[in-house]
Design a protein around this ligand. Structure first.
Ligand SMILES: Cc1ncc(COP(=O)(O)O)c(C=O)c1O
Length: 399
């Protein structure tokens, strides 16, 4: 029996799960974990009603492309449903190597490695390279997967202000010269839709050797020639050491990639725990991504339509006077600035058949509570009209 002064008031893990206030709040308002009941492209069925999806990351609208679906089916027929093992042991297949070669060539890098999730790829892009004693210079707004990679690496962390080369320069100037350094940024920030000022950021670190990691989950397929991404957009592919990203956005699949020099990819395959000890990407997902990559290069109309839709949507939002946080890309937030009104706005859009994602603090900075929206090449003119009237309605009702 525990002595009284050792008996703890710390709740058990079971109590912690049952009594967690954040979970209770989430379940009460229920704006998350919606199970969509049916889908064809940007048309979805939710709660028994037909709606427009305005928050997917299927930027090029390829997830229902016949060639992508057929390639995924064919890969499963040929290879079964799963490689059931890690790449290092029993899980490597020739279809992995095919996609890796094609992605590396498309991105302008020597080599590439694909993982079963974008989260794993981006986390590994930091954790496999940074070590204790190194310093990671990181934009304070990067995605959770990069933060987790940084924490796992045990390197020192130096944050700089979002997209601010001058602050990066100031932070970098205060560091001891000897310690190896990594710069960690995103190409396009998913919540804000901002493009990283890559030239300025690389310039700010040009006085010392700095290993640069660029998470281009939201730039790939969107920026650059044929959608090669942010580094290509700026003509700086050769100056970025690692370009990582996701297959779950423009490539209409799931999984992720890490590309770089042959030496860096082989180093990650030797030292990256997530690369070594996690099962390989499944045949169906690899087949879909490979076909989508092919479509990106042979059917430029999807990229063109994405930007045409983005311009139309941006003009619509500007016309209604919304704050879009200066987004330059198809990922466009509508900043409401207050949790309750953001929730009411999100609900009013849902009432009018438009599905978006509510993002509130602490997921966004205080006062930036917002509705995350993302446009797709798949949105039709009539869906854009429906979105316009839903936005006008939500503005009237909730703001
Ligand atoms: C910037 C960024 N990096 C990485 C990821 C992880 O990709 P995935 O969802 O495919 O695992 C995401 C996902 O949203 C992301 O936004």
């Amino acid at each position: 029996m525990p002595l009284p002064f050792f008996s703890s008031t710390v709740p058990s893990i079971k109590d912690r799960c049952r009594d967690d206030s954040a979970t209770k709040l989430r379940l009460r308002y229920a704006p998350y974990y919606h199970a969509i009941e049916g889908q064809v492209g940007t048309a979805i069925r939710l709660q028994g009603r037909d709606m427009v999806m305005l928050a997917s990351n299927d930027y090029l609208g390829l997830s229902f492309h016949p060639k992508v679906i057929e390639a995924s089916r064919a890969a499963i027929s040929k290879w079964g449903t799963s490689p059931t093992g890690a790449r290092v042991s029993n899980g490597s297949r020739s279809y992995h190597l095919d996609l890796e070669e094609k992605l590396a060539a498309f991105l302008g890098k020597e080599a590439c490695h694909i993982h079963a999730a974008g989260y794993l790829s981006c986390l590994s892009s930091v954790s496999a390279f940074a070590q204790k004693g190194d310093t990671v210079l990181v934009d304070k707004n990067v995605h959770s997967c990069l933060w987790e990679g940084i924490r796992l690496s045990s390197a020192n962390i130096e944050r700089f202000a979002h997209n601010d080369p001058a602050d990066l320069r100031a932070v970098a100037a205060s560091l001891p010269e000897a310690s190896p350094k990594l710069l960690v940024v995103e190409g396009v920030y998913s919540m804000e839709g901002h493009i990283a000022p890559l030239s300025g950021l690389l310039e700010a670190t040009s006085e010392f050797e700095c290993f640069t990691v660029l998470d281009d989950a939201h730039g790939f397929g969107v920026l650059g020639r044929q959608g090669r991404g942010t580094a290509d957009h700026f003509g700086l592919t050769g100056r970025v050491d690692i370009i990582c990203g996701s297959l779950s956005k423009s490539l209409a699949s799931t999984g992720g990639f890490v590309s770089g020099s042959r030496a860096s990819i082989e180093f990650m395959r030797t030292h990256g725990k997530q690369t070594l000890f996690s099962a390989a990407l499944s045949p169906g997902q690899t087949g879909a991504a490979a076909a989508a990559l092919e479509v990106m290069q042979t059917e430029p109309e999807h990229h063109a339509r994405l930007w045409e839709n983005t311009r139309t949507y941006k003009a619509m939002l500007n016309g209604l006077g919304f704050d879009t946080w200066g987004s330059d890309t198809p990922a466009i937030p509508i900043v409401i600035g207050d949790k309750q009104r953001a929730y009411a706005f999100w609900q009013a859009l849902l009432e009018k058949g438009v599905f978006t994602v509510l993002s509130i603090a602490p997921a966004v900075p205080p006062g930036k509570d917002l509705i995350r929206t993302a446009i797709s090449a798949g949105h039709t003119d009539s869906q854009l009209d429906q979105i316009a009237s839903a936005l006008a309605y939500a503005k009237k009702k909730a703001l």
